[in-house]
Design a protein around this ligand. Structure first.
Ligand SMILES: [Cu+2]
Length: 689
């Protein structure tokens, strides 16, 4: 060897210096990575603010003492994108270096000057309008930024990257095919050269997963399946010798969180399929309705915690997980939280998935035909909504959470839509509180069974709110140290599928309302300090940012078709120097379940999705004579049904766009009906002698 000791030392020194210098450059986008790891300041570069999904901003120019002066700085309409009956506006705008990036329910993306609202570029997705495997409204919850690109998923199950400067398409990768029941509604996250994104479709017999892609090329790096193949860990919780787990749902509707120190990626999973029929899937059905951790670089399983065993209520985990650090019994702990549809917030240790404060397995009522789980997890602390339903006229049975059902309808609270649905939950390190939106609603659950057909609805039953039953909401501060309610604001409208919020170092929580109002609350007391009417359903999560020394608060207001709030295509931005006044209030969302409006006399034709109201019947209520044949025609873009409520004594079956079905009414009576895939669509037929 000619290499002497004396020469080796400088070589090593040079190498190590090189290493130090080169190391940060190895990260594909060190600036974004730094912002993603840091408390949120002037930029908001990912859906949940940073990798924790805390939706907490350190900005405090707008605070409890001056928030009353807040007015509109600018408002723009997104050129009609996502403006129509089938859409919901659910995205959080992102802001970096004075540019705002916003996506609509049609997967169209807009770059705006964050100071003025001026359009910088627009990307029109041209997405196939015939996609008929969208479960619950056309929506997109947001984009991600990194390496000079804008990343997002589309309803046709493609992941797309655009040039952040021009909006030009850079790459597009199909994750799956919408024809097979797969869609994407959640926002991805970017970190360290990789994109992580979930997939939706739990109502179509799909296999849930999170997919990691190379940010530069769009190449798929790994898939972390949320349902085990036969023989894999977790497959023992499915019936042996079957492949039921391959279509068991467990989809990922929410944006993952990531802990770079632990190297773990976290997300929550959706319901089991078929949703309301547990007969064919005996066992706990991992990893449905669970919080999961996988290794961020490989997708390998790390741990899981199942919130609901053998779910038959659609009690899935749809709200994004939130990472937080806390002290419990004098010990520093790394926490993770998720607000479930059950009405509870689940608090775990994110290193191992074990409960932080205690979650007790308790025996629950049984229904052998549904193969119900013997016990269910009951977290220590308070639920944010009632968990027992009152008996109503016309029903035989009402129960509390986890009450089973078979083919006779059983009334339950929470309903299968929540509790907390897709809405994100902010966490403030100042107060130690989570701010949790909730829906108060009774559902009648029924099982009827389904045969699996690729790309077709596969739910096996239904849940519908009884006609005339009240529905409302809550907005609650939950103390992370006790999981108990600190304060709670009652809402006149369902809040768990909207009402997303942002918490700030100014001592404020901003949140939207389905009646169009945008509110600022005192983060400690819940006291309302300011409100502003935006003119459209304010159901998307707000965010805050700073440009040229001025703090702004932004929210997209375009309504939510699941709640029935007013549709629109607006982005509102507020500041202390703002000049814009409120708009006229839109029609408020319904506060009782059921069809409303005038009764059409002697009408024997009903259109489904008429007048561009994808989730509606027209006329909604008709009066006919005995012996009349009524024809339902689907004029919308999605498959719908008209199905007699609960007993299903008559049913048009699945009607594709353009499809018709005639039904003759030979018995007098008052018939309520709904659309099986969209049980918030109601109609009424009154049959008289
Ligand atoms: Cu429908």
């Amino acid at each position: 060897m000619r290499c002497h000791g004396q020469r080796l030392v400088p070589v090593l020194l040079t190498l190590s210096l090189l290493f130090l210098v080169v190391m940060p450059v190895w990260a594909a986008d060190p600036e974004i990575d730094r912002l993603l790891r840091s408390p949120v300041g002037k930029d908001w570069v990912t859906n949940g603010g940073n990798l924790t999904n805390q939706r907490y901003s350190t900005l405090k120019q707008i605070n409890t003492s001056n928030v009353k002066q807040l007015k509109g700085a600018w408002m723009i309409r997104l050129k009609g994108s996502g403006y129509g009956g089938k859409y919901s506006l659910e995205a959080t705008p992102l802001v970096k270096d004075g540019v705002m990036y916003m996506i609509t329910g049609n997967d169209d993306v807009f770059a705006l000057n964050a100071k003025t609202g001026e359009f910088l570029w627009e990307y029109w997705s041209g997405i196939n309008q015939k996609i008929n495997t969208v479960c619950c409204g056309w929506d997109n919850r947001g984009v991600a930024l990194g390496e000079g690109l804008v990343f997002f998923g589309q309803l046709d199950a493609n992941v797309v990257a655009l040039d952040a400067k021009t909006g030009k398409l850079v790459w597009k990768t199909p994750i799956e095919q919408w024809e097979n029941g797969y869609t994407i509604t959640s926002a991805p996250i970017y970190y360290d050269g990789m994109i992580y994104i979930g997939i939706s479709g739990g109502e179509f017999g799909v296999r849930g997963r999170v997919t990691a892609l190379d940010a530069k090329s769009g190449e798929i790096l790994w898939r972390a399946y949320t349902l085990p193949a036969p023989g894999e860990p977790g497959s023992e919780t499915w019936p042996p010798g079957t492949d039921h787990s391959m279509r068991g749902g467990a989809t990922v509707w929410n944006t993952p969180a990531l802990d770079p120190d632990l190297g773990l990626l976290y997300f929550a999973t959706g319901n089991c399929g078929p949703d309301y029929d547990g007969a064919s899937r005996e066992g706990d059905n991992l990893f449905c309705a669970s919080i999961m951790a996988v290794h961020a670089k490989t997708g390998a399983y790390a741990w899981h915690f199942q919130q609901v065993h053998h779910d038959i209520w659609d009690y899935d985990a749809a709200s994004p997980v939130v990472l937080f650090d806390t002290v419990i019994n004098g010990q520093q702990r790394k926490g993770i939280a998720e607000a479930g549809r059950t009405g509870w917030v689940y608090l775990l240790d994110r290193t191992d998935g074990k409960p932080l404060l205690g979650i007790e397995e308790r025996p629950v009522p049984q229904e052998p035909r549904q193969k119900t789980a013997k016990t269910q997890p009951f977290p220590v602390g308070d639920a944010i909504v009632p968990q027992c339903a009152d008996l109503l006229a016309g029903y035989d049975k009402a129960g509390c959470i986890f009450e089973p059902f078979w083919e006779t309808p059983v009334l339950l609270q929470p309903s299968g839509i929540g509790g907390t649905n897709w809405s994100p939950v902010p966490y403030s390190p100042d107060t130690g509180y989570f701010y949790v939106p909730g829906t108060v609603r009774t559902s009648a659950f029924t099982r009827f069974g389904d045969k699996f057909k690729l790309g077709k609805l596969y739910v096996g039953g239904s849940q519908s709110a009884p006609i005339g039953s009240p529905q409302s909401g809550t907005f609650t501060a939950i103390d992370s140290k006790t999981n108990k309610i600190v304060w709670q604001n009652q809402q006149p409208y369902r809040t768990g599928q909207g009402g997303g919020a942002v918490a700030t170092a100014g001592g404020l929580v901003f949140r939207g309302g389905s009646d169009g109002n945008f509110l600022a609350l005192d983060a400690r007391t819940g006291e309302e300090l300011w409100r502003f009417q935006t003119g459209f359903g304010a159901d998307a999560p707000p965010m805050t940012y700073e440009v040229d020394g001025e703090q702004y608060v932004a929210i997209a207001t375009g309504g939510n078709q699941s709640i029935g709030s007013a549709n629109g295509d607006a982005v509102w931005v507020f500041s202390l120097k703002g000049q814009l006044q409120p708009l006229w209030p839109p029609p408020p969302p319904p506060t009782v379940a059921g069809p409303t409006g005038p009764i059409a006399e002697g009408v024997d034709k009903v259109e489904i999705a008429n007048n561009n109201r994808e989730y509606g019947y027209g006329p909604m209520r008709i009066r006919i004579k005995v012996g009349t044949t009524v024809t339902w025609t689907n004029v919308g873009d999605l498959n719908h049904t008209a199905t007699a409520m609960e007993k299903r004594v008559w049913d048009t079956g699945d009607l594709a766009p353009g499809g018709s079905k005639a039904i003759t009414f030979n018995e007098p009576g008052v018939y309520y009906y709904l659309c099986t895939p969209h049980p918030w669509m109601y109609g009424q037929v009154i049959v008289e002698q």
